[in-house]
Design a protein around this ligand. Structure first.
Ligand SMILES: NC(=O)c1ccc[n+]([C@@H]2O[C@H](COP(=O)([O-])OP(=O)(O)OC[C@H]3O[C@@H](n4cnc5c(N)ncnc54)[C@H](O)[C@@H]3O)[C@@H](O)[C@H]2O)c1
Length: 266
């Protein structure tokens, strides 16, 4: 939460992967705070659905006299540099400036034992998680540097700390690259009004998580390994994105924050 009342009103966040799970929950949380929200996703319908939810919230807020932002849905594949550049240009064109970028789009593509990871799986995993994040940061940073202000939040995973043995070394290592790249960017631009942080969640109850639990036994094992004995909620990550982007933590940059109920399987 911010220190300054209405801190987010009139400011703009671009969210990739906004059509589902953590990205969608974060879009609604920023709408609640009166921010303009750009909902970007490769899935056109999903992006439009999130934007419609944000819009419905904004109309209700306006009716009750509260601050309300605006929203924009964009169909964007984050693995394509040109599309990511367009996403930032369109956001700036619509709202004048962009203060925050949340790179949530990501996935393990599919689960695989280490010796079965082929070039295609490895490349697609790195394209989505690593290059997608890299393109987003390169696209928005010149604008943020001109404004001498910006916060970038990238999506890591707790798995980067464990290595993803047995099903996700490709994914865990890609998330390790995201966490490291975030740190490098944060430190390179630390004196220029830019902060960059990553979040490394344990199992969060989304479509991604459902796909990771490849069998009932795997699902039970994942749950059993969380000391709180439950999966996290997407909103519990979205509220952290809000805090990271706020003026309540101006000295916080570079690091990753683990959100995992005390532990976790992977
Ligand atoms: N849910 C978990 O347990 C968990 C744990 C750790 C990290 N994460 C990470 O959190 C992030 C969000 O995951 P989620 O749980 O909300 O998953 P999700 O599957 O609910 O949402 C991911 C969204 O990303 C979109 N997307 C996929 N490829 C894309 C592309 N090329 N371009 C643009 N958008 C694309 C999908 O259409 C989807 O809407 C991911 O980076 C994931 O790796 C999730």
């Amino acid at each position: 939460m911010s220190k300054t009342p209405d801190y987010f009103h009139g400011k703009t966040i671009v969210i990739t992967g906004a059509g589902s799970g953590i990205g969608r929950a974060t879009a609604l949380i920023f709408a609640r705070e009166g921010a303009n929200v750009v909902c970007a996703d490769i899935n056109e319908n999903a992006a439009a659905e999130t934007a419609a939810m944000v819009d419905a919230h904004n109309r209700a807020a306006q009716t009750s006299g509260s601050n309300a932002g605006r929203t924009l849905a964009l169909t964007i594949d984050v693995t394509k540099r040109d599309a990511v550049n367009d996403m930032i240009d369109l956001a700036i064109g619509e709202f004048g400036s962009v203060q925050f970028l949340f790179n949530s789009a990501g996935s393990a593509i599919r689960r695989s034992k280490f010796l079965d990871i082929d070039d295609d799986l490895f490349e697609r995993t790195y394209d989505l998680n690593v290059k997608g994040t890299f393109y987003g940061m390169q696209a928005v940073l010149p604008h943020m540097l001109t404004n001498k202000f910006g916060v970038i939040v990238n999506m890591g995973s707790q798995s980067h700390k464990r290595g993803g043995p047995g099903s996700g070394v490709h994914y865990a290592s890609a998330k390790g690259a995201v966490v490291t790249m975030t740190m490098g960017v944060a430190r390179e631009f630390a004196t220029q009004g830019i902060r960059a942080l990553s979040i490394s969640p344990g199992p969060i109850d989304t479509a991604f998580q459902a796909a990771a639990a490849t069998s009932p036994e795997m699902a039970a094992q994942m749950l059993n390994d969380v000391p709180m004995k439950r999966f996290g909620k997407a909103e519990e990550i979205g509220e952290l994105v809000l805090f990271m982007c706020s003026d309540a933590c101006g000295f916080m940059t570079a690091d990753t924050v683990y959100v995992n109920g005390g532990g976790g399987f992977r």
